[in-house]
Design a protein around this ligand. Sequence first.
Ligand code: AMP
Length: 170
Amino acid sequence: ILANPFIFNWLVPRRQEQTDPIEPPADTGDRMDHIVLVGYGRVGKLIAQDLLARKRPFILIEDQTDTASAAKGEGLDVVRGNAVDPEALKAAGVDRAAKLLIAIPEGFEGGAVIEAARAINPDIAIVARAHSDAEVDYLQARGAGDAVMGAREIASRMLSLCAVPLKRHA
Ligand code: AMP
């Protein structure tokens, strides 16, 4: 807890590339029980596509201006900001959200997002992305209910494909 301000001060200026005010997307101020998705890269885009297909309401937080603008152009509700910043989390309605999906590649940064979100909404369900067993432990110790490790999911899918007759060609 004592280290939090230092971590925050290090992370936010590093990623926050401009100083425009963080604002909630239009018409999302009364949204409840939605999902907050952090990151619109390789993983976040796949999640967003699926949520859209299921008509599951969500608000995206993305800190790269061009990526955030592209997502807005695709019709998504987007907060342009760093999810470590409580103002970005509040603008995405984390206080009223049901779930937080952290789809960013940095485990350390993911841990800082979890701590900031838990301070706003202690009950929110959190799923975070991890790259190693150590990151899974770290993220869960920070308060993630689940941490999903990419390599393990790939291995699990490959093993399940082994259990059925294999295709000879793609
Ligand atoms: P990828 O590794 O391809 O899944 O991309 C990760 C995405 O998450 C990129 O678009 C980053 O700009 C975004 N991102 C990384 N860290 C943060 C953060 N702390 N807050 C918001 N977006 C982030």
